[in-house]
Each structure stands twice: as C-alpha cells, then as structure tokens.
Design a protein around this ligand. Sequence first.
Ligand code: BG6
Length: 466
Amino acid sequence: EQLPPHVMVLFGATGDLAARKLFPGFYHLAAAGRMPEDFRIIGSGRHSPGTDEEFRDQVREGLQDTVEDLDEDVARVLLERISFQTSDADDGSDLAAAVRACEEELGDDVRRLVYLSVPPSAMQGMVAMLGREQLTERARLVLEKPFGLDLESARELDAALKDVVDEDQVFRIDHFLGKEAVQNILALRFANGLFEPAWNRHSIASVQIDVPEDLGMEGRGSFYESTGCLRDMISTHLCQLLGFVALEDPEHFTADAVRDAKHAVFEAMRPLDPARVVYGQYDGYRDEDDVADDSEVETFVAIEAFVDNDRWRDVPFYLRTGKRLAKGDRVITLRFRGSACTMFDDEPTDRPPNDLVLELTDDPRIHVEMRAKKPGPDMDLVEATMHLDVGDAAPDATPLEAYERLLLDVLRGEQTLFTRADEVDRLWQVCEPVLQSPPEVQSYEPGSWGPEAALAMPPGGWQLRG
Ligand code: BG6
C-alpha cells in the first residue's frame, strides 16, 4: 500500500517521547518500507535545539540509543528529511511557512500529520494556533493524553478542536491500544467459541487490570506534578483496557463499531466511589527533581469499578497501577467463579481456582490457572497452569511496537485504535467524583506493592503479588 506524501509536524520533538518512541517508530516504519513515498518531518517547539544539523544529530543519537543494529542507510533517509522550526501558541507563522515550503518540494496531494506531544495545559492554545494558520487543512491531528485535566477542561479542549477540525481528523492516541496483546483480547474473545459463553457475571467473579511499574519519575517530575497517576494511567490506559475486556461483540473491526462498543461500556460504568479508591505516593517522590516538597500528588492508584449492564452487573473490576512498585508487569486477570459441583468441596482454597491471565507482553501470552488430579494412588488435587504463547504460533510474524503500529494507522487514516471524543468525555465523568474529593494519599515503600489498604482490595488478593 503506497501512502501519499506527507508533511509531519512534531510538537515536543526534543522531548522524551519523541526520542524513545516516535523517531524510533518512524525509523522502523522506514526500515519496513511502510513510510509514505516521500515525507518531511518538522520538529517544533518554543525552544530551538540549534541548527537543523544539530537537531538531526540529536535525533541520530536518540536512534543509536534505542534501535538495535541501526541501518545507516535507513537512518539517512529519515534524517535528511528532518528539520526544526520554532513556534508557540501565539505565533505559528514561521512554522506555517516552513510547512508550505516542504509541500512545494513534495508536489501535489500532500497530506499533513500534526503530532501534539505537549502537556494538557498547552494543548488548547496550540490547536487554536493551528486553526489560525490554516495548518489544519488536509491534516490529521494526533493528540497525546491526558486530554484535558478534568471534565470541564476536556470539554473546552474538545470545543477548541471542533472549531478547527472534524472528528475524523482527530487521533487521540492511547498507546496501550497499539499493543499486540491488547488487540489480541478481541481475537481471544470473538474468534473462539471457548471463552465468550463464560465471559459474563454468571461465570466471572471479578476482573483485575494490573499495571505495576518498577520505574520512577525518569525526569518527568514536572509532568507528574500536573497530572498524577489517575490521569496519566487510570482514566486513559487502564480504562481503555477495561473497555476491551468488557465490550459487546463489535461485529466488525472498524472505527465506528469498536468505538461504539467501547463507548457503551463507559456509559454503563458507574462513576467511581472515592471510598473505593486508594491513592499512594512512594517515599522519596518529594525529593525528585521538579517535585514540590509537600506534594500530595498520587504516584499509585487502585480502584474498584463497576459496569452496570446485564453482562457485568455486580462484577467488580479492580484497576491498579503505580510507580516504583515491586515489579514492572501488565496483566489482566479474569477470576472465574469456583465449580458449582460438590465433589471437591472439602479441598481448601483461598480463592476460586481458575484465573485466566492475559499477559500484555510484546508477544502476547495467556495462561489459565487450573486444578488437576495429582498423579498417584489417591484423588488429590494439584494446581497446574495451561499456557498459550502467541509468538510460538506465528514465529515468522513481525510484530509492530505500539507507537509504530499507531503511527502507521494515522498515516493510513485508520481510527479504530484511537479514542473518540465521547469516550473521553464519559471517562472524565466516571472519574469526576475522585477528582472532586480525592482520597488521602498514603505513603508506600519503593519496591513494595503500594499502600497496605490496596493489598486486600480484590477478594482472594491480586494475581500479581509478593
Ligand atoms: C505512559 C505514561 O503513557 O505509559 C507513563 O505516561 C507510563 O507514565 C507508560 O510509564 C507505560 O507504558 P508502557 O508501554 O511502558 O507500558
């Protein structure tokens, strides 16, 4: 598939995300022959990184740090198409001129891709500037989360967007949806007859969506001070995962179908009860760079959520994530109810025997915890595990990294894996009670599993523990 020429503008081009994910993503797409037939990338921001040559050197260093076996020819194709132009929300005229100059070089039918990797406080002003400079024409806008900081600011941002573009030009990125393992949830559920009949409150006792991180701030203290863990992870990534686990059969893998189905889940989600939310902050967070000495910002959140529809009524969903925890991992666990048969009633167990665990690893892995008969003369039971490793099934497949997949989808104009305005609006409504009356922040030891109060939240405990 040959994509038309593109001029791409990257706000936040000297930032961490650009260095770790976006430029490497473009590099990998170029290496795989998936970039448009020709393109230009204009980095932009308030502060110039120096000459174009110096900016390219900086990008090259980033690539050398992140890409294994960097192919110099591919890197050159990318680097010679990169330049930098300063701009800010008040003045984008030089940037607009630079975009038009690149378009002249590329010929007719040039598309624009504008990537806004900027903090929520800066987003709205940038969107208005793009409109004033008419940079929104023929453009797709990619927005990094969080989309606003609460319901009110999200609605203002949305209104600002609607002033200058149509919804089919807006790509709200949630990179968890670009992960193979997350898309595989749809295949697991809807391409198989095995699980779907049991994928409901009659068979499932509870669900866990658990994304502990062992990393700390990594230089993002000031971003965290203005967002916190609820906005950084829960109202976005973890709720989106909940959407994929809980949705009804979308029938088609199309932007409208998948997002309608996900939106219906969020509509049915009960607004969060602050009494069932635990906020934590790791000891030492206040000593991080750009963090206030008396900061009350949460670096850990655990919540109990409910989806009040026929499929999920009264099934608790436990969502947990935090920084500087015991382990970096990402799992979704469906905890099935115990057997209704009486034969093994006397066997002691601290929780129902069957956890279906979806490991959100690059090569999706799934396992089911089971009870089986222990080989031997007596009818004793043993705990056993059933494993599925998707990578083994398709050893020749070439998985795409999440950002890479989503960048490609933007270039193709494919919105299925991007979040829609109505989803974002509803998720802010769901989170609003906690933003209005946040629970007190409890401290926790780095390297632990977070505050005590969160440990006992799911009946039978967390699947990931000790
Ligand atoms: C980002 C958050 O969106 O996702 C980070 O801002 C978080 O705080 C990261 O660490 C986790 O992503 P991944 O792909 O490493 O699981």
